[in-house]
Ligand binder design. Structure first.
Ligand code: GLU
Ligand code: MG
Length: 467
């Protein structure tokens, strides 16, 4: 489980002693530096690094970083809100020592995610990881609920020597094809070895639909740990690829056409150690609370897309009939509805049943996405929201009258519409608190302005290599 306590100046209890001991162990293993990773509002993971010898000092006093990154855009320009985006001030990054991981594919380096506090020792209201820790702690304290989550990671593997930022797929081969698996055998084996060495429990690694596309799915953890792990997995995928002269794109789309890269969220709610998505009297074994949880997520989906599919390039992926889930609907094991109710197989349902949220890509800050998704589900539970009827097949094939009767609507088709839905949704917006919510709106509007006038090809190119 993740430490839910905020960092404090001087260090969380026991952290300095622990960091001192870790410093010795890491040095003995040839680790020279620690990467401190943090994902910004635009979904870019930004880092500072410290020499291993400074780990204890980082655990005690944090490492400085400007708050301006909260309102950075993906192209490294920045916008501002009333509170954030000023060139003034400094924040302290505190590594979560529970997550400190020696990077198997980056010899000499370890890695840890961070929480951010102010120089006055207050939690920083723009810190997404803190927002998720709070949400998880609150749900436990107020509702007796815990969650398990996992982020699927899809990416396109390109040649590292392609000219001018072009994407040239490595090992095109058929979808899910053995050709691609054989052609990338060494790379894939090295990736599995690196993830295993880092304690990442991999469920599957497979060639995905598009040319050069792969996916890794990993075991579920508490939500903060799941978000941390999604950063670590991406760091590792990229590092192994670089060792093979390859380049990785986690962008929602690498080009104007074709399927995109998803970052589907898997989420389940638990009470007293029991999975609410299994063994109940509702549909497919859901308990009444799980049905309402799903209904809550369903109702808030339009607003959620402002944090789950936050890039102007996300709309290149959010197209019907590409398994990206662009309709407000749910179904059991359906690949085209936004929500897929996963029951698991007989024998493992107690552990495996969950809700998959599909209109999520890897431009999303996973801490923000999980914070808002959990808040949406909790809202459903709080209001005992009824879950509408399920759909089967591709909602794109429904005629408009049937779609309307089932409450099936297309999710926002532009980022501007997503932002308006987010602004109009007090539950999703409120989950982030005013400072972070304003940052989301300002950053999305900044991205919309930055991408204005780009045709689809140039839009894909602008965001291809940044996530
Ligand atoms: N690539 C699809 C997406 O963009 C997902 C494919 C799958 O269901 O794994 O979401
Ligand atoms: Mg997939």
């Amino acid at each position: 489980m993740t430490t839910l306590a905020d960092p404090v100046p001087g260090g969380r209890p026991g952290d300095v002693e622990r960091a001192t001991a870790l410093c010795g162990e890491l040095s003995a293993r040839g680790v020279h530096g620690v990467v401190l990773a943090c994902t910004d509002t635009a979904g870019i993971t930004r880092v500072k690094t410290v020499p291993t010898a400074k780990l204890a000092s980082a655990a005690a006093w944090g490492v400085g970083m400007s708050p301006v990154f909260d309102t950075f855009l993906a192209d490294d320009s920045h916008v501002a809100t009333d509170v954030l985006g000023s060139p003034d001030g400094d924040l302290r990054l505190y590594p979560d020592l529970d997550r400190l991981t020696v990077l198997a594919a980056q010899p000499g380096w370890a890695w840890a995610p961070v929480d951010r506090i102010t120089q006055e020792g207050e939690p920083h209201p723009g810190c997404a990881r803190t927002a998720l820790r709070r949400t998880v702690a609150d749900a436990a304290a107020r509702h007796g609920l815990a969650f398990r989550a996992a982020v699927e990671v899809e990416w396109m593997l390109g040649r590292g020597d392609a000219p001018g930022g072009a994407f040239v797929p490595v090992a095109p081969g058929p979808a899910y094809g053995a050709v691609r698996q054989v052609e990338l055998s060494d790379w894939a084996a090295e990736l599995l070895a690196a993830l295993a060495a880092q304690g990442v429990d991999v469920e599957q690694l497979h060639p995905e639909y598009a040319a050069g596309q792969f996916e890794v799915s990993v075991g579920a953890l508490d939500p903060v740990a799941a978000a941390d792990r999604s950063l670590l997995v991406r760091q590792t995928v990229r590092a192994v690829a670089r060792r093979h002269g390859l380049r990785v794109s986690f962008a929602p789309a690498v080009g104007a056409e074709g399927v995109g890269n998803g970052g589907h969220l898997h989420l389940s709610a638990w009470r007293d150690g029991r999975n609410l998505h299994a063994g109940g009297d509702g549909r497919y074994g859901m308990t009444a609370e799980a049905e309402s949880f799903v209904a809550g997520v369903l109702a808030h989906l339009p607003a959620l897309t402002a944090v789950t599919a936050p890039s102007p390039a996300s709309r290149l992926r959010l197209r019907p009939s590409q398994w990206a889930g662009v309709f407000t609907a749910w179904g059991r094991e359906t690949r085209e509805a936004a929500l897929r109710v996963v029951t698991g197989t007989v024998g493992v349902r107690e552990r495996a049943a969950n809700l998959e949220i599909k209109p999520v890509d890897l431009a999303a800050n996973p801490y923000l996405a999980l914070t808002c998704a959990i808040a949406a589900g909790l809202d459903g539970i709080a209001s005992s929201a009824p879950l509408p009827g399920e759909i089967t097949g591709d909602p794109a094939r429904l005629d408009p009258a049937a779609a309307a009767a089932l409450g099936v609507r297309r999710l926002p088709e532009s980022l501007a519409e997503s932002v308006e839905a987010f602004r109009a949704d007090p539950v999703v917006r409120g989950a982030l608190g005013p400072v972070l919510a304003d940052a989301v709106v300002a950053v999305r509007r900044g991205e919309i302005a930055a991408a204005e006038g780009l045709d689809d090809e140039r839009l894909a190119a602008a965001y291809r290599w940044v996530y």
